[in-house]
Design a protein around this ligand. Structure first.
Ligand SMILES: C[S@@+](CC[C@H](N)C(=O)[O-])C[C@H]1O[C@@H](n2cnc3c(N)ncnc32)[C@H](O)[C@@H]1O
Length: 297
């Protein structure tokens, strides 16, 4: 733990004082194969999906670690269906730890049981309650998600909601649901990002800002909201300097780089609240740093 705090201090010093642009976290898309076809998603491929091998994942992890990254989130596609021979997602989590990552998280749609998952924390995508979730993710997906989170028995299970035109009316009940669900630790709120073909799902700026105000109010009342107030305020003003280089991305085809929205109009409409969180980390906002540490360590 001491080593990890020392590293974080060193990273901040490098970033803030020396102007070093090195990532601290990695989003690694291990596949674009999925068991769902969610309306808002532009990652999954129906024909010829990519599926990284264990050795390819090792190379990408080592590359990211050598860049300076120490936190990894395995993304897809669906992470729970990833296989390379007998290897599954747990082998990738173990691999990340062997290489030296401080923590490894996964994001899943929770359509398959994930009891025994060795990730330090698990993000389950929950896009509203009942029919709201299913309007985005398809029939039967909510009941399966409920069943699988109830049996997962994981100490750090968080949910992620992507708010869009189909589910924005369900934000308040979803926050209440998380507070009352003993299997879920917290919720992170994000907004739809208009990747090509999904523009119609983006809510307007005024509605988004009203929802952010409500989320901040819930947080101040003690609801388990993972977003920091500093990060949410940045997302509301939307005039902050992006620091998304704090994350390096590895895409399913093995290409590396920054967020695919960077340098495009999508960046201005980005709803991924991680953007506000990363800028707040860089600005040394204590509430954001605490939120990040509580998630990751
Ligand atoms: C691409 S999915 C892959 C992981 C997994 N299959 C799942 O459904 O959670 C990762 C996360 O990105 C979110 N997401 C996908 N498209 C998005 C978009 N256009 N804007 C905001 N979030 C999006 C999903 O809701 C999910 O929480």
């Amino acid at each position: 733990m001491l080593k990890q705090f020392f590293y974080l201090g060193w990273w901040f010093f490098g970033a803030r004082v020396l102007g070093r642009r090195k990532p601290l976290q990695t989003v690694l898309f291990i596949s674009d194969r999925c068991n769902l076809q969610c309306k808002h998603c532009s990652v999954y491929q129906l024909k010829n999906p990519h599926n990284m091998t264990y050795e390819q994942v090792r190379e990408h992890l080592q590359y990211s670690y050598d860049l300076g990254s120490r936190f990894v989130d395995f993304e897809g596609g669906e992470t729970m269906i990833w296989r390379d021979g007998k290897r599954n997602i747990n082998d990738l989590i173990d691999l990340a730890k062997e290489i030296g990552f401080f923590s490894a998280t996964i994001t899943t749609n929770a359509q398959l049981p994930f009891t025994g998952c060795r990730a330090d924390s698990i993000w389950v995508s929950l896009d509203g309650i009942g029919p709201y979730h299913e309007a985005v993710r398809g029939k039967g997906t909510f009941a399966r998600l409920e069943q699988n989170i109830a049996t997962a028995n994981h100490k750090a299970l968080n949910v992620n909601m992507a708010v869009n035109t189909l589910n924005y009316e369900s934000v308040d009940e979803t926050i209440e649901y998380v507070r009352n669900n003993p299997h879920v630790k917290s919720i992170s709120i994000n907004f739809h990002t208009p990747f090509p073909g999904t523009e119609y799902l983006m809510i307007d700026r005024d509605l988004r800002n009203r929802i952010i105000d409500r989320v901040i109010a819930y947080k101040k009342k003690g609801y388990p909201i993972m977003n920091s107030v500093s990060g949410l305020k940045k997302m509301k003003r939307n005039d902050f300097k992006r620091r998304c280089w704090v994350t390096n991305f590895v895409y399913p085809d093995g290409s590396h780089g920054n967020c695919i929205g960077e340098g495009t109009d999508i960046c201005n409409d980005c709803g991924l609240c991680m953007a506000g969180e990363m800028a707040s980390v860089f600005n040394f906002c204590p509430d954001t740093i605490l939120a990040g540490l509580s998630l990751r360590m």
